[in-house]
Design a protein around this ligand. Structure first.
Ligand code: SAM
Length: 317
């Protein structure tokens, strides 16, 4: 379906009040485009280490909203202009010009799938749930994955670095803790490699459905993995539920900024002799994570690299 898109040019200081005014008129889901720099909290939510430098903030904001083609758009726009005029009498709302364009109703959740095709990580075939296994690959270790809205297709270097460490260290006695499980991919790899059981934690509630569906797609019984949502770094209830001195391997593919506070906490969850496999570390943060791991009393066993990404594997003495 085609939608009418209206873009209102204003100033950043008026964004909130205009969005509230639009909501009162029945316009919801406003898209904001401005050059206000991200806060530290915003950056943490994005789960990436390096963000490109944006252009300087010029104070201009564009607010876009969508109206159905068959609605009475003229009346709605007249009401909006009237409200903007009122607002302009007591605050700066900028130009308040409204431009119109048309946009396709695309399936944004699923569109990215055209770029995700089956591939190998060493001897493991990762295959999206919507593709078939070729007959010549049938005897391979196969991981079926559909990350849904959670992170973890297996295509990212950091996931692959963790997978390779799991290939080296998992055995049939392994009890795995997968912090930042996302799609559950690392737990699934470990369970396919023979691990006994996995516990995944994530902040993102999408991880619950994603891991459940991926476990099923890989024929892994529900009882072999538990998922807990919450922040193990500072939530005692999550720490208690995860359990202490219980894990042979902890995998954590998360940003260096998260690994630093996570490491001293996670040590208590590990058995003596257990391994801590970390990734998600951009190369210039390698030393920061290595130092955090050492400060928590762990011995660094290996540091591996892929592209600009780093994985640190350490052991609890
Ligand atoms: C880079 S993704 C890794 C996903 C998957 N494990 C993989 O290796 O592909 C990082 C995940 O960590 C989660 N995360 C970030 N901070 C966290 C925290 N403090 N505790 C648990 N999960 C966290 C994010 O929601 C995200 O799903």
């Amino acid at each position: 379906m085609k939608w009418n898109k209206f873009t209102l040019k204003t100033v950043t200081g008026a964004e909130d009040i205009i969005i509230a005014t639009l909501a009162e008129l029945g316009v919801e889901g406003v898209e904001i485009e401005d050059k206000v720099p991200l806060t530290e909290d915003d950056k943490k939510q994005m789960f990436v280490d390096i963000l490109p430098e944006g252009p300087a903030d010029d104070g201009i904001a564009y607010l876009s909203f969508y109206l159905e083609p068959d609605a009475d758009n003229e009346q709605m726009l007249a009401d909006i202009r009237e409200e903007l005029k009122d607002l302009s009498s007591f605050m700066d709302v900028g130009e308040c010009t409204i431009t119109e364009s048309q946009t396709e109703d695309k399936d944004w959740i699923n569109n990215w799938k055209q770029y995700f095709h089956q591939f190998y990580v060493d001897d493991i075939l990762i295959i999206p749930s919507w593709e078939e296994v070729r007959p010549e690959d049938a005897d391979k270790m196969i991981i079926h994955i559909d990350p849904g809205t959670a992170f973890g297709t297996g295509m990212h270097e950091t996931t692959q670095l963790c997978m390779r460490q799991l290939m080296k260290y998992v055995d049939e006695n392994t009890e795995l803790l997968d912090v930042g499980t996302g799609s559950g991919i690392l737990s699934i790899v470990a369970l396919k490699l023979g691990a006994k059981h996995a516990v995944g934690t994530d902040l993102d509630p999408c991880a619950i459905n994603a891991t459940r569906e991926n476990m099923e797609a890989n024929g892994i019984p529900a009882g072999q993995m538990d998922v807990m949502i919450g922040n193990i770094i500072d939530d005692k209830a999550v720490q208690d539920a995860v359990g202490y001195e219980k894990y042979d391997i902890v995998a954590a593919n998360i940003l260096a900024e998260v690994l630093v506070p996570l490491t001293p906490v996670i040590v208590d969850q590990m058995k003596k002799g257990a391994l801590y496999i970390t990734s998600g570390i951009i190369d210039d943060k390698e030393e920061t994570v290595v130092n955090a791991v050492k400060a928590a009393g762990l011995t660094v066993l290996e540091v591996t690299h892929q592209g600009e990404w780093v994985s640190v594997t350490a052991q609890k003495n």
